[in-house]
Design a protein around this ligand. Sequence first.
Ligand code: AMP
Length: 361
Amino acid sequence: MAVFKSDIVEDLYEIGEVLGSGHFGQVKKVRERATGTSWAGKFLKIRRKGGSLLGMDRTSVEREVEILQALKHPNIVMLKDVFESRSEMVLVLELISGGELFDFIAEKDNLLETEAIQFMKQILEGLRFMHSNSIAHFDLKPENIMLSEKVSPQLNVKLIDFGLAYRFHQGEEYKSTSGTPQYVAPEVISFEPLSTAADMWSIGVITYILLSGMSPFQGDTDEETLRNVVAVHYEFEDHYFKTTSSMAKDFIQKLLVKDSRERMTAEECLLHPWIKPITRKQVANRNRSSINMRNFKRFNAKRKWKMSYNMVSVCNRLVNMRLVCKHRSDTDLLQRQCESDVEDSESNPSSLLRRRLSSSS
Ligand code: AMP
């Protein structure tokens, strides 16, 4: 059981600027009064029985806390403290100041595959550790991959947001329809039992985007995206993959596999020749190949725009719905809408999918 402190967080920490927004609260910079050290405070509104409709279940926060407590790894955000009041829980996390990895990359003029691999390797190290502890993240996407600092001898990747993460117990079956359409594995959409392999699918999607600036399954609507995922409908268009090595494509192909048991594990990924070349030829191939920076910049700008658009659109929708909600069934709808958002269109085939809204300020 996670231990929550009942102290008043403001007594121990000075609350600073907002760093980002999540589903049920904000992440703010906080300064520990006793030491002067800066941290990130994740302030989560807790749903009160029969009270406010908005907010998280206490048990979901407890789950996130327990998972973070079990994950002490250089590539995973560290949890320092947890506070609880009647309406709010505050997770005091290691402050990650380097922003999102994708934003950092998008600022570059060019990037060799070898450089991109250094980031992928760290993501995989974090995942290997997580998966060896029977924990799956279930919400891997660019917004949840950050850099501890922007300038340092070695740029350190940190995985964040364990709000949808789950710890498997032996013999237990777990199903969930949570995630983000672009990154979600087929078994999530078809509501099949899940495993840590669902994260590996997302790694395949993230790698594909990183190399080409294209999203493999993106359709004009969420419905189309989900259909493409289930059909594993993607290709390496020459136009976008001109500068990509064949090893990188092989790496992706071994992750975007419908049968989750056939997908590479994090451990296997770390041994794949694209990540760990054995021959000189493999090393040379990686050094010759680069990411499609022009298209990647375009993808990232669009992604950032969508994130801020979503924030505004969900807020407006909530305000409108509050005005029309009179009955219990309406309020249930409000709750559901609050737990998903529309990424690319107003169609909502994936209202089942709880999309995480995150934005960096
Ligand atoms: P989350 O609800 O965990 O997805 O957090 C929402 C946003 O807050 C993220 O997208 C980040 O921009 C920011 N954030 C979360 N955790 C941290 C952290 N430990 N340090 C700095 N910023 C963070």
